[in-house]
Design a binder for this molecule. Sequence first.
Ligand SMILES: [Zn+2]
Length: 164
Amino acid sequence: MARKCTKCGHSGLKSHEPSVYHYRLSALDNVYLTGGVTEYICPKCGTKSVAVKNVAGLHKAIAASIATTKRRLGGKELRFLREQIGFSAEELAKVVEYSEDHIRKIESDSHTPKATYEMFLRVAIMREMQAPEYDLRELGERKEYAIEELNFMNKDHSWIKMAA
Ligand SMILES: [Zn+2]
């Protein structure tokens, strides 16, 4: 399948595979890719485009790396983690009990967040938080609740949680 120019529809695009590619599409300034990238240029109108292999896998790898970084994170990194867990700024604001405006300030480096804010995002990435059984967005709403009984059964020295 020949790739066509997105602007003029020309199909004779010239391609090349950069040895190292500065991945600015991530909205991070410090990500470089080796392999997996093809750059295209249209010889007719000069429009450039790029194809990156397995973007979902790449973003997962970037997020895992950021989440385990041994320093405090910058605004762009925090934004990347938020987007990676699929939270809008509004949704995250509810969960962490900040205003949306505060989150935007954190993400543009005009506010330094509390460590708990950073930890929430890091831990969320580390446990791949989109666990189907529990959506952490629900943390943003304080509902009435009763503490339920937890029953565990011992089997071959392991404790197994019993169904309610
Ligand atoms: Zn073109």
